[in-house]
Design a protein around this ligand. Structure first.
Ligand SMILES: NC(=O)c1ccc[n+]([C@@H]2O[C@H](COP(=O)([O-])OP(=O)(O)OC[C@H]3O[C@@H](n4cnc5c(N)ncnc54)[C@H](O)[C@@H]3O)[C@@H](O)[C@H]2O)c1
Length: 136
C-alpha cells in the first residue's frame, strides 16, 4: 500500500509515518510546506528508509498536488496539512483560510480527478482521510 501524507512533518503526520513505515505500508510520500509547524527532525528515524520520500510543496499549489498524485499513485491519502494553532488565527487569519479551506479543496479536487482515472479495483479500495478539528 502507498500512502500520501500531507502535513507529514507535523506532530501527528510524522508520528503516523514513524508508526506505519515498513509495517502496513510499502511506500510513504510526505507532502509538506514546512511552515513554522513542520519539523524535519521528527522524520529523521524514517528519512533514510528506501520506502520514504519527502516533497516540499504547498497544498494550495494545484499543479504540484496533481503532479504528486500522478507521480506517486497513492492508495491512501491522509490529509493532515493545516494551520492548527488556533491562537494564531486571531492575528493572521489569511493562512488559515488558504491552507485549511482552499488547500483542502485543492486536495479533494486532485483526489477526485485521480480517483476517476483509477481502474475499478483500485478506485474501490482508494481512501481519502481528512484528519482535522474545529479550527480547521
Ligand atoms: N495535535 C493535536 O492534538 C490534534 C488534535 C486533534 C486534531 N488535530 C488536527 O490534526 C491535524 C494535524 O495536526 P498536527 O498537530 O499534526 O498539526 P501541526 O501544526 O503539528 O502540523 C501541520 C503540518 O502541516 C504543514 N502545513 C501547513 N500548511 C501547509 C500547506 N499549505 N501545505 C503543506 N503543508 C502545510 C506544516 O508544515 C506542518 O508540518 C490538524 O488538522 C489538527 O487540527 C490535531
Amino acid at each position: 500500500m502507498k500512502i500520501l501524507i500531507t502535513g507529514g512533518a507535523g506532530f501527528i503526520g510524522s508520528a503516523v509515518a514513524r508508526a506505519v513505515i515498513g509495517k502496513s505500508v510499502d511506500q510513504i510520500l510526505i507532502l509538506d510546506k514546512l511552515t513554522y509547524a513542520g519539523n524535519l527532525a521528527s522524520l529523521r528515524p524514517v528519512a533514510d528508509s528506501p520506502l520514504f520520500a519527502f516533497l516540499q510543496a504547498d497544498i494550495c499549489d494545484a499543479v504540484a498536488v496533481a503532479r504528486a498524485f500522478e507521480d506517486f499513485q497513492p492508495d491512501v491519502v491522509m490529509h493532515l496539512a493545516a494551520e492548527s494553532h488556533v491562537d494564531r488565527s486571531i492575528d493572521g487569519p489569511t493562512a488559515f483560510i488558504e491552507t485549511n479551506v482552499v488547500g483542502t479543496f485543492v486536495m479533494l479536487r486532485a483526489a477526485l480527478d485521480y480517483w476517476r482515472r483509477l481502474d475499478r479495483a483500485r478506485a474501490r479500495a482508494f481512501r481519502f482521510m481528512h484528519i482535522s478539528t474545529d479550527e480547521v
